[in-house]
Design a protein around this ligand. Structure first.
Ligand code: CMX
Length: 467
């Protein structure tokens, strides 16, 4: 199996000009993973062709007017291979529930958080890696994490008051000059080779994301001066990211691994996954797609909710002190509604039960630091809010906590209190999911997205004629 890549001095390092050629994958595990994909892809392509040929004109489901108004809400409109969301059970990565992943996935600490590198392997191939494969992916991601000096300088030039997500998105975009896919596309690569040309980009985006994110952290909160060593060969991806932010306890390493795994993927229709896929469908390379994904994640109804959520808990602590009680929570929820705001961390467009991503984070907090006041507050809110919300707002479809309702409290415990930065952590995690799915989009030759649209007047006319 060969990977199409410029003849680079080191994987992820700046390639020499005009040196496009096909060279073997250097790392055995990545070579093996690519080989596995090369076997899987024709099988799935075959199924897709059968679908198109034999069932392409069948009507799958009817579409309600409200679904059109609601931005294609709930319509089955995308093929997405890496994960699927159940309204009642939460996300499954390649068919594996989070409960199962917590038990079965390889980890660096026995019985501890799953290894993010192992879940990258799972998302791409549908299987867990063995020990050797996992160790090799850890090394490979390290080798691919090179960031050009001019990108580092660019990030250091960003004003401190520019939001961390804006800096992260721009930093990733600035790495786009390293896209192997863009180079090969320009050189006239055949359509059936797109996924191979994109493979390195997808893995490189994941590998570089934590370093760009750490540079942003350093630029904003440490004046660009105190970045810990980029390379620490003992550390895996999650631990190294924590290390680059300046956190070096084993518990924080475990939290970071857990955080990365839980936030990776949430099927194809959420804003960040869909933005990534939409932009990629124009054959924009993975750096362009990922930056678009981050811009969507930066919205307060999506990834920014985690910082909003922590702010909301801190409002309670400010108002009632650390001896708050459940009545105080009820009062603060009412106050939130009275001021025309939503209760952050609660509700979901698809889920209709407690998000298992929340449950696993709360479990981590209650296991590692059960007496932490903020964790106790998160737990108490979970006991109060799901019953309270429908009483105040009967139309709420899901009164249960989502992924954002606990993460801030866990990070605060370790002293990571720069909560404007929290969505960047979410973005690094999301790289694993959206890059895996983007690779599959190109492997399956999915076309450019182009849904139809309609004016309000036009929709009204259509609707009137329906009955
Ligand atoms: N607090 C107050 N009101 C809420 C609410 C909440 N947490 N969640 C929903 N509602 C309201 C909606 O605003 C809507 O009100 P109107 O009819 O007056 O417009 C009504 O309840 C019905 O909404 P819904 O169908 O239950 O929810 P949506 O699918 O429209 O929206 C979401 C989903 C996540 C945007 C919404 O629940 C929300 O704003 N939650 C708080 C923000 C948050 O936690 N976002 C993170 C989501 C996870 C992620 O995608 O990253």
């Amino acid at each position: 199996m060969f990977s199409i890549r410029r003849a680079a001095t080191k994987m992820g390092a700046r390639p020499a000009k005009n040196s496009l050629q096909i060279i073997p994958s250097r790392n055995f595990a990545i070579h093996k993973l690519k080989g596995k994909l090369a076997e899987m892809i024709p099988v799935v392509q075959g199924r897709l062709n059968t679908l198109k040929k034999e069932h392409g004109d069948k009507v799958l489901e009817t579409v309600k007017v409200n679904q059109v108004i609601g931005g294609m809400r709930g319509m089955t409109g995308l093929v997405y291979e890496t994960s699927k969301l159940s309204a009642t059970e939460g996300i499954r990565y390649r068919g594996h529930s989070l409960d199962e992943i917590m038990k079965m996935a390889p980890s660096f600490v026995e019985g501890g958080s799953p290894a993010p590198e192992g879940i990258l392997w799972l998302l791409l191939s549908g299987e867990y890696p063995n020990k050797q494969e996992l160790d090799d992916v850890v090394i490979d991601l390290k080798e691919r994490s090179y960031i050009p000096e001019e990108t580092i300088e660019l990030i250091r030039s960003f004003p401190k008051n520019m939001h961390p997500m804006t800096q992260f998105s721009m930093g990733m975009l600035a790495c786009q000059s390293m896209s192997t896919f863009a180079q090969h596309y320009r050189a006239g690569i055949a359509k059936n080779k797109y996924w191979e040309a994109m493979f390195d980009d997808c893995i490189n985006v994941v590998a570089k994301s934590s370093k760009v994110a750490a540079l942003v952290f350093n630029n904003i909160y440490h004046d660009g001066k105190h970045l810990p060593e980029f390379f620490d060969d003992k550390l895996d991806f999650g631990a190294k990211y924590a290390h680059m932010l300046g956190y070096d306890s084993e518990d924080m390493y475990e939290l970071m691994r857990l955080y990365l795994v839980l936030h990776m993927d949430h099927e194809g229709g959420n804003v960040s996954a869909h933005a990534n896929r939409l932009v990629g469908s124009a054959l924009s390379d993975p750096y362009l797609s990922f930056s678009a994904s981050l811009n969507g994640l930066a919205g307060p109804l999506h990834g920014l909710a985690n910082q909003e959520c922590l702010r909301w808990y801190l409002e309670i602590l400010d108002k009632y002190g650390k001896h708050w009680n459940k009545d105080d929570i009820v009062e603060h929820v009412h106050h939130t509604f009275d001021s025309g705001r939503v209760v952050p961390g609660y509700g979901h467009a698809v889920l209709r039960k407690t998000d298992p991503r929340f449950t696993h984070q709360l479990e981590f907090g209650l296991t590692h630091f059960p007496t932490d006041n903020l964790i106790q507050l998160v737990n108490a809110c979970y006991e109060v809010i799901p019953e309270l919300l429908p009483k105040i707002k009967p139309s709420i479809a899901n009164p249960y906590p989502n992924v954002d309702a606990c993460s801030g409290a866990l990070l605060m415990h370790f002293g990571l209190n720069q909560f404007d930065y929290y969505t960047v952590l979410f973005g690094v995690s999301r790289a694993f999911g959206v890059m895996s799915s983007l690779l599959w989009d190109r492997a399956l030759g999915l076309p450019i997205e182009r849904p139809g649209s309609v004016t309000v007047e036009g929709l009204l006319e259509k609707a009137k004629n329906l009955d």
